[in-house]
Design a protein around this ligand. Structure first.
Ligand SMILES: [Zn+2]
Ligand SMILES: [Zn+2]
Length: 249
């Protein structure tokens, strides 16, 4: 049981960091925050993502490229150009690392208003940091696993951010329903999205990338939307009326 609770906790905490900090804040500028709070969320993200910590800066650049080049060969993760979900994950990983290490040229229009904390990002992405977290997870499993099958969850926890990304980037560009007819394959994967914290309303999202509520229809509950409203009320963040990071055409 502790292993299952641990898995579910990491699922939601890691995903919250990804959708709140990497996606809605870093990539799309749906809200602003002070440098101090930004650093708080860097640390929060590091703790919740552990072995699969992703640089908000590299993630945001890669994600902006996805919006600009959806479904084309320049899309960092398109099901059209990978034979299966795992090869798409590996391709995404490769592009993420190239961006993180500045190995590929990125047009200036994709690098505006990014959260930067280079030394912290370097540590979070280091083999040593990932190894320490992994060792901690293995230790946790060694103490608390009650059945051998539970060890199957270990690799998913270790690379959970990649799994979260792939669920949307693969399935929400293949299956679901559309609220908007767009020039891309994005669909809303689930009609009620508790599992992916609103991320699965991907058709809505491609239509309005900087919206603070990913849901549009009455049943499309975005669990992160009330959290954003609350954090705005508490002056932790400031919701932007107009998108501060217009996506390049
Ligand atoms: Zn997409
Ligand atoms: Zn997006």
């Amino acid at each position: 049981m502790p292993v299952i609770i641990f898995f579910i906790a990491i699922w939601y905490l890691s995903l919250f960091s990804q959708t709140f900090f990497h996606h809605r804040y870093a990539s799309h500028g749906a809200f602003k925050m002070s440098k101090g709070w930004e650093r708080f969320f860097f640390v929060f993200t590091y703790i919740t993502q552990g072995s699969h910590y992703m640089s908000p800066r590299a993630y945001a650049i890669m994600h902006r490229l996805h919006h600009a080049h959806t479904d084309t060969e320049d899309d960092p993760h398109s099901p059209n150009f990978s034979s299966n979900i795992f090869s798409m994950m590996l391709r995404t990983r490769r592009i993420y690392t190239d961006i993180f290490k500045n190995r590929i040229p990125v047009d200036e229009k994709y690098t505006k208003n990014l959260p930067e904390w280079q030394s912290f990002d370097r540590w979070g992405n280091s083999t040593l940091s990932r190894g320490i977290w992994l060792a901690a997870y293995i230790l946790f499993f060694a103490f608390y696993a009650t059945s051998p099958w539970q060890y199957l969850l270990l690799p998913i926890i270790a690379a959970m951010g990649a799994f979260h990304g792939a669920i949307i980037n693969w399935f929400a560009h293949k299956f679901g329903y559309k609220n908007f007819i767009l020039k891309n394959t994005s669909e809303n994967l689930f009609s009620v999205d508790i599992l992916m914290l609103g991320e699965s309303y991907h058709n809505n999202h491609h239509k309005r990338p900087s919206a603070i509520n990913f849901g549009v229809r009455w049943h499309e509950l975005d669990p992160v939307y009330p959290v954003i409203l609350l954090l705005d009320k508490l002056h932790v963040i400031q919701i932007q009326k107009v998108a501060t990071v217009p996506l390049p055409e």
